[in-house]
Design a binder for this molecule. Structure first.
Ligand code: AMP
Length: 192
């Protein structure tokens, strides 16, 4: 079972690239952001709880996020593997993921981190606000907070997997196809 973590700051291109990688490697794409947006659209209790954090650009609490991810993975065990987009975003989430995979005799294959400068991130997120319809893309202060949260709470996850030599960094600036090629090259070094 392959479990790839597609990592990087908001606006780094994780969602766009995940679509290409899923096709290439035949993995199931799990985006916790997409799962939260689905719950919010349907006004579920989980959606309502998540909304109060997401609209401020804060992280949804670990217990809520881990529970949702676990449900999604448990419901999809008969797959070749997963490409996780937007999870884990904290070290406790990474530890929970490791435990979850270990309970089935599996482990994280690799974490591939997209690197993009802040100015480019802000430009991309503001640019996509019109088409994404996302409230958290529409306000530059929320965008800046999401980038700060990435730096203060999330970037350590790349170091966490780096300690066990599972992290690779990839330049996330370029055409979509160029970045997909760089990501594939990085991923292939972790596959048999
Ligand atoms: P994304 O679509 O990945 O940019 O996620 C949008 C928002 O959903 C984030 O800014 C967080 O508020 C929330 N979110 C998504 N994934 C997570 C996670 N793994 N942990 C906590 N909050 C998350």
């Amino acid at each position: 079972m392959i479990t790839l973590i597609l990592f990087g700051p908001p606006g780094g291109g994780k969602g766009t690239q995940a679509v290409n990688l899923v096709e290439k490697y035949g993995l199931l794409h799990i985006s916790t952001g997409d799962l939260f947006r689905y719950e919010m659209k349907n006004d579920t209790p989980l959606g309502l709880e998540a909304k109060s954090y997401i609209e401020k650009g804060e992280l949804v609490p670990d217990s809520v996020t881990i529970g949702m991810l676990k449900n999604k993975m448990d419901a999809n065990k008969d797959v070749k593997g997963y490409i996780l987009d937007g999870f884990p975003r904290t070290v406790p989430q990474a530890e929970a993921l490791d435990e979850l995979l270990a309970s089935d005799g599996n482990e994280v294959t690799a974490l591939i981190a997209l690197e993009v400068d802040d100015e480019v991130l802000i430009e991309r997120l503001q640019g996509r606000a019109a088409t994404s319809g996302r409230a958290d893309d529409a306000d530059v202060n929320i965008i800046k907070n999401r980038i700060e949260v990435y730096k203060s709470q999330t970037s350590v996850v790349a170091e966490y997997y780096g300690k066990v030599e599972k992290t690779a960094y990839v330049n996330g600036v370029g055409s979509i196809a160029e970045v997909t090629n760089r990501l594939s090259d990085a991923i292939d070094t972790f596959l048999d």
